[in-house]
Design a protein around this ligand. Structure first.
Ligand code: GLN
Length: 467
């Protein structure tokens, strides 16, 4: 297929299915069509993603169109530059066809906190797609585009991937440059790919991984050939099962599906052993102190002065700040700013922020110990399947608990993937999370591909496609 026809198919599918799903904030028809035409007539070697349509979460800057972060604050914001990942995608021949919906500034777990509209789950339109990259995950699940990019600070690629029945990878902290990703919590944020299978994840990671001098936290670590690694024999597999991830509160159908996945690995000859991540119960508290502290600082730049929303007719300059922020930010973002500012304030800094940093080290050390005994750690991605729209939106704590299995990985900076591992009796997808040590994406992808090859969960199609 030519680039032009691939783009036409994607735009057509968006037109057909997105009115129900609302996963797309904007299509980039003209830019995408023009880029495709240029690629059609291009001679010479082809990039790894030549002519492939891709959707990008709307907190990743693109010169084409707007970059809103799902916020009124940036409702009219045009980025003067492309994010590093966008440059890489373009250089590989990919075509960005759409920007996807998200929870405002990537804060949430359901995509209901978008200032524009909630996104719906392609498997059940009454349910959330997860978040915050819910638009990207739903777009891939509904086969609107083959690949999408999300960002993952505490689970925002893996959790929506799990809830939408697709694969999502959070790479190692530093593997992918965040230049041009609007910051949420800088010590945690990573950009990651979403695809229907592990090979797709490897293909996109291949293009976006690597050092970029404009993000000083991007690591100068050689980028292996992820795709070639998938064709190599997987070799001996050692799996660790953390007992703390299988306690009360885990949906019984998810428990069953994950246990069945463990059996699949045993049949493949894997050595499976129980391990312990003893500080797991502090993860949510630690994550929500560290991330809100960083968010409160990162969001200070939205002051109504330089860019973004500015209040009309301010009385004085204080009113410029407070009026613009009051009008521009939604309730969840304001909640995070208040929590984070409190945790950082003098008198509380030691008790909350500093303490959380120490706990973070303990959580990270749990993984260091665990990886002495296994190559990957296996767990559910989420404690429950997709929940109903509105079910948790007024209960921040219930929403935060949706991240219980994904945040420790982020605090430790290690890579983790969610792959589909079956459906509940109500027909909702279940995600299996596999975690590996820093920069062990090759092993992670090989081991998840072995599971995928032995099952066919990734081939199941969501109900929205039947209409
Ligand atoms: N749900 C988590 C939060 O609200 C994770 C968000 C994310 O990974 N961007 O912070």
């Amino acid at each position: 297929m030519t680039a032009t026809s691939q783009v036409a198919v994607a735009l057509d599918r968006i037109k057909r299915f997105d009115p129900q799903l609302r996963c797309i904030l904007r299509t980039l028809d003209d830019d995408a069509t023009a880029r495709a035409a240029a690629l059609n007539s291009q001679s010479g070697p082809r990039g790894l993603l030549h002519g492939v349509p891709i959707a990008i979460k709307d907190n990743i800057c693109t010169k084409d169109g707007l970059t809103t972060c799902g916020s009124k604050m940036l409702a009219n914001f045009r980025s003067p530059y492309d994010a590093h990942v966008v440059e890489r995608l373009h250089a590989a021949g990919a075509i960005i066809v759409a920007k996807t919906n998200l929870d405002e500034f990537a804060m949430g777990s359901s995509t209901e906190h978008s200032a524009f509209f909630p996104t719906r789950n392609p498997w059940n339109l009454e349910c959330v797609p997860g978040g915050t990259s819910g638009g990207s995950a739903a777009a891939v699940a509904a086969r609107l585009v083959p690949y999408a990019l999300g960002s993952d600070t505490g689970g925002s690629v893996r959790q929506p991937a799990a809830l939408c029945g697709v694969c999502g990878l959070k790479p190692t902290y530093g593997r992918v440059s965040r230049y041009g990703l609007v910051a949420h919590a800088s010590s945690l944020d990573q950009i990651g790919p979403i695809a229907t299978d592990v090979r797709g994840i490897a293909r996109v990671l291949q293009v976006i991984a690597g050092k970029d001098h404009r993000d000083s936290t991007s690591a100068d670590v050689a980028v292996p050939d992820y795709l070639a690694a998938l064709d190599e024999p997987v070799g001996p597999i050692r799996i660790g099962i953390p007992c703390e991830y299988f306690g009360d509160g885990l949906d019984p159908e998810i428990r069953k599906a994950v246990e069945t996945a463990v059996d699949v690995y045993k049949k493949l000859g894997a050595e499976v052993r129980e391990i312990s991540l003893p500080h797991s119960r502090y993860t949510i508290a630690c994550y929500y102190i560290v991330s809100t502290a960083e968010a409160s600082s990162n969001l200070a730049r939205f002051d109504g002065v330089r860019y973004g929303h500015r209040t009309a007719n301010p009385r004085d300059y204080i009113d410029v700040y407070s009026g613009s922020r009051e009008e521009g930010f939604g309730p969840e973002v304001k909640r995070r700013i208040m929590l984070g500012t409190y945790a950082l304030s003098s008198g509380y800094y030691d008790a909350y922020y500093l303490k959380a940093l120490k706990v973070r080290t303990l959580i990270k050390n749990d993984f260091v110990e665990a990886f002495k005994q296994c190559d990957v750690i296996l767990s559910p991605t989420t404690p429950t399947p997709a929940f109903k729209i509105g079910e948790k939106s007024d209960d921040p704590l219930a929403m935060y608990l949706a991240d219980i299995f994904t945040t420790s990985v982020s605090l430790a900076g290690i890579p983790a993937i969610s792959v589909p591992c079956g459906l509940t009796s109500a027909g909702l997808p279940i995600g299996l999370q596999l975690m590996a040590t820093h920069f062990a994406e090759v092993r992670l992808l090989q081991i998840s591909a072995a599971y995928e090859a032995a099952t066919n969960h990734h081939l199941a199609l969501p109900s929205v496609l039947a209409h």
